[in-house]
Design a protein around this ligand. Structure first.
Ligand code: BDP
Length: 677
């Protein structure tokens, strides 16, 4: 690996340096002296963040003069900014220093994307106060569900050696408005809260602060017991409460702007308040009380489920709704977009909008645990928007998940939005060059959830590759089609969680482990039998539909009105059921799987045609990823259709491509992909 790298540098120093993907969407060219001398970047404030804004413009802004001004009276802008200007002068005003930095990046983005900067009339106010990445990084530098190499955080070298990537990471985030980060895995090692580690965390926080980014930590609920030998970690015991108060005090001594804790409790084997007969509210409130004097927050995850008779999809709602109103005001419940788990497609989690007296935030997954890792091109803005734009019908029409969580409907102390990062130490940060777009899209939507997926894709392509319309258009189309293609070749029509056990890469609809948890087995979700396919969540089945507000409850409950892209999520449907296309369910399923494969084959053609527009390294790397994706798509299609066919006993429609694998062979595939817990 290293040798290969050196060799390439030697031969093409410029190309490799410039176009290995390491610069992300920030491929700014420094302006040359003659231009720089002709214009001025005037500064009317001295804060570090403001100076950074000035420096970025000084180095890269090739346009007219810019005046940066702080106006504390403009509180309504929050961390946003106003940009006004004509050809001769631009004024950038913000209420907060970081607003000027965001404004500077706005200007540079326009310049880089080749947009008009002569008639600026911009006012930007972020939709969420906290726009946060969740890293699932372990202290041994493995990354749970990470597909871009080891963790960026070099714990063994910290705090003495500071990798240049810490600052690059912070800058990339700031350039898209991300202002917070959780450094460690939600399956948290208690070690992160030891004094030795807090010094390391401080070193990172000091760098990130320069870019307006606050650090949060995932906390293990058993920390008092594990780290200091307390007899238990019962949140209602004073000794435990005091332990947390002291710990929090110590953290703030190192990191005065520490954001708070993210907690996964009583979920998938993690400790929590229920170990002591206490509720999630008891646990969250205890931490909230410790953090309150310093303005810290608790992000408490609602991702809880147990292997009981109850449908897994219903459990978070059942657990949390009765606790509405019982949480402190510095607690936010962090809820995954879908009720099961970051699947290629799920309906929104009905918990959104069901707790009027509790602040709620969304959790997306940028890392592609369930979408082909870093091997598949899947542009996720459409997935994010599908949830954000979903109408909860809570308190009436139009109360979308976005408006519920951004504070438009019910006021809460802070609003937030989060996503599990896909970032690692790979040169291009995210494994697949196109996966950078998902990091980018999350940041942009966290800032403004009204942006369209198309706009974001266009912006990203123009800054990351080229502005040439002959490139931008087809690539934008490919990105826009990509998530649905993945849904089609993996889990169309509302199928979900039929992945290979544990690593979640390939198909394993037949998967079964003797004695394993049923809710971790594909059959639990697809319920294939000779009659049909799908999970009956109607009033005759698990009744998960009852957790949705009307009219959704009825719409989902009736087979005739249930959206077809969620049909098998809510219904067990007979193989011969007539779909809207006139085809039977079986034929329709075949058509979707086939379509998914065809689409990826189209992506290959699209990409190959564009070779002359892209640098060689990125072209080749993407081309080879598309090959893997195509092979995987065929693998998915054959595995799922051949397996489901053993139940439907119906032929694959003859106009479709025939399988190229045998089911028995496919069943033998065992990928050696370790999932690090
Ligand atoms: C699942 C992942 C698992 C995570 C869990 C979570 O498979 O690795 O720990 O979510 O979000 O999707 O806590």
């Amino acid at each position: 690996m290293t040798r290969h790298f050196l060799y390439v540098i030697f031969l093409f120093p410029f190309l490799v340096y410039a176009e290995d993907g390491s610069q992300l969407w920030l491929r700014y060219t420094p302006v040359d002296e003659s231009v720089a001398n002709k214009r001025t970047i005037k500064l009317r404030a001295t804060h570090d963040l403001v100076q950074l804004a000035q420096q970025e413009l000084q180095t890269y802004w090739a346009g007219q003069s810019v005046v940066l001004r702080l106006d504390k009276k403009l509180k309504r802008l929050k961390e946003g900014y106003v940009l006004k200007g004509d050809a001769s002068n631009i004024e950038l005003v913000a209420a907060e220093p970081v607003g000027l930095l965001y404004g500077a990046y706005h200007l540079l983005r326009l310049q880089e994307a080749g947009e008009d900067t002569n008639h600026l009339q911009v006012e930007e106010i972020p939709d969420y106060d906290i726009r946060i990445l969740n890293h699932w990084d372990n202290l041994d530098r493995t990354v749970e569900r990470g597909y871009a190499g080891y963790s960026l955080w070099r714990w063994d070298e910290l705090p003495h050696t500071l990798s240049p990537r810490y600052e690059q990471y912070a800058r990339a985030n700031a350039s898209i408005g991300i202002n917070a980060t959780v450094l460690n895995n939600v399956n948290a090692s208690p070690q992160i809260l030891t004094s030795d580690y807090l010094v390391k965390v401080k070193a990172l926080a000091d760098i990130f602060r320069k870019y307006g980014i606050r650090v949060y930590l995932s906390a293990n609920f058993s920390s008092p017991k594990v780290l200091d030998g307390l007899s238990d970690s019962d949140p209602l015991r004073e000794e435990v409460q005091d332990w947390w108060k002291k710990k929090v005090k110590e953290i703030y001594q190192h990191i005065p702007d520490f954001g708070g804790f993210l907690v996964k409790a009583n979920s998938e084997g993690q400790p929590g308040p229920q170990d002591y007969g206490r509720t999630h509210a008891d646990g969250a409130n205890m931490l909230a009380d410790a953090l309150k004097p310093y303005g810290g927050l608790v992000m408490w995850r609602a991702f809880v489920y147990n292997p009981t008779e109850e449908d897994r999809a219903k459990q978070a709602y059942q657990e949390f709704v009765p606790l509405d109103g019982k949480f402190r005001e510095n607690v936010i419940i962090q809820i995954k977009n879908g009720p099961v788990d970051f699947q290629p497609r799920e309906p929104f989690t009905p918990l959104f909008g069901a707790m009027k007296n509790t602040a709620q935030m969304i959790e997306f997954q940028i890392t592609q645990e369930y979408l082909g890792f870093s091997n598949h091109l899947a542009y996720l803005a459409p997935l994010f928007k599908e949830t954000l734009d979903a109408d909860t019908y809570s308190d009436g029409k139009g109360n979308t998940v976005a408006r519920i969580t951004d504070g438009s409907i019910w006021q809460h102390k802070k609003t937030a939005i989060s996503a599990v990062a896909n970032i690692g130490e790979d040169a291009n940060w995210t494994g697949h060059h196109f996966a950078q777009a998902n990091w980018y899209a999350f940041g942009r939507l966290a800032w403004n959830h009204q942006l369209s997926s198309e706009e974001i894709a266009r912006e990203w392509i123009r800054t990351t590759f080229t502005r040439d319309a002959d490139f931008v258009k087809p690539v934008q189309q490919m990105m826009m089609d990509s998530r649905e293609a993945v849904v089609d070749y993996m889990m169309p029509l509302g199928l979900h969680h039929i992945f290979a056990f544990d690593h979640h890469y390939g198909p394993e609809p037949w998967g079964d482990r003797k004695g394993g948890r049923p809710d971790w087995m594909p059959w639990y979700y697809h319920n294939a039998d000779t009659v049909g396919l799908g999970f009956d969540r109607t009033t005759n089945g698990s009744n998960a539909v009852s957790q949705y507000n009307e009219p959704l409850r009825t719409t989902f409950n009736m087979i005739g009105t249930c959206p077809e892209n969620l049909l098998l999520w809510f219904h067990h449907v007979s193989w011969t059921h007539r779909m809207r296309s006139g085809r039977t369910l079986w034929d329709e399923l075949c058509v979707h799987y086939d379509r998914g494969v065809q689409e990826v084959r189209e992506f290959q053609k699209t990409w190959d045609k564009l070779e002359s527009y892209v640098d060689q390294q990125r072209f080749n790397e993407i081309q080879s990823k598309l090959k893997i994706q195509t092979k995987d798509a065929v693998w998915w299609k054959d595995a799922c259709l051949l397996y489901f066919q053993t139940f439907s006993q119906m032929p694959i429609p003859y106009e479709l491509d025939r399988p190229i694998h045998d089911l028995e062979e496919l069943k033998k595939i065992k990928l050696d992909m370790k999932h690090h817990n």
